[in-house]
Write a protein that binds this ligand. Structure first.
Ligand code: ZN
Length: 238
């Protein structure tokens, strides 16, 4: 896609965790915008592997995608470890991952994505980046209310009102199935991006980055692994 038209925003800030979805979003932004930076959040994740994968993906992009290397700028890490203290959920403490009475997995930290975007807007303002890109998806994670299109549209309005800056929130995966997300990655970066996602990104809730499958590393049994595996198989079969 072209990135030179005059009315195009100067650049984008991608909420980047080192997982499959945010890596696909990073490729989407690099293909679309002339200047792209990344922001990550340390919120007391149980598994350091997630943050290690993040660094490996960021290091691999300029090496494997020369056309994107000039566009990829600074990475920003924000410490939100207070979320770990507040949430007391399965991702941030020793609690077992179960479905709760409200129909949400115990991995859910209420309002986490809302906070991420508010912090991203503050970083975006400092860096002159008015497009905020996130990998939220309401198709597969239907139980996460802060991943819904309607929520993020409202948040975009709130951030615009509250900052008087015309921020846009873009969520390219919002309506895509996991199979369609793999297809989008293939479209954006071909086999090189598919291989990068399989080798370096992390999704598994249990922090397993040792057991290798066709779709990447993971325990193969947790909800995140099952979703990723199912999507990969459906995409390969399509
Ligand atoms: Zn897993």
């Amino acid at each position: 896609m072209p990135s030179s038209s005059a009315d195009k925003p100067a650049g984008a800030l991608v909420l980047f965790s080192g997982g499959q979805d945010s890596t696909t979003c990073l490729a989407y932004a690099l293909e679309r915008y002339g200047r792209v930076e990344t922001v990550g959040f340390n919120y007391g994740q149980r598994h350091a592997v997630e943050l290690e994968c993040r660094q490996r993906v960021l290091a691999a992009i300029p090496q494997r995608f020369p056309a994107w290397s000039e566009r990829l700028g600074a990475d920003h890490m924000i410490d939100l470890s207070t979320f770990g203290a507040i949430g007391e959920t399965a991702l941030t403490s020793g609690t077992e991952i179960v479905m709760t009475g409200s129909g949400l997995p115990s991995t859910f930290v209420p309002g986490r994505n809302l906070a991420f975007f508010v912090y991203a807007a503050a970083v975006g303002h400092r860096r002159g980046l008015n497009v905020l890109v996130g990998g939220m998806c309401e198709t597969d994670y239907s139980g996460y209310p802060d991943c819904r299109h309607e929520t993020l549209q409202a948040l975009q309005s709130a951030i615009r009102l509250g900052t008087e800056i015309p921020f846009s929130i873009e969520t390219p995966l919002m309506r895509l199935s996991k199979a369609a997300s793999w297809a989008l990655a293939d479209e954006l970066g071909g086999k090189a991006l598919i291989d990068l996602i399989r080798e370096e990104t992390h999704t598994c809730y249990l922090g397993d980055h040792v057991t290798k499958h066709a779709w990447g590393y993971g325990c193969g049994r947790c909800p995140a692994c099952e979703l990723r595996a199912k999507g990969y198989e459906e995409w390969r079969a399509s």
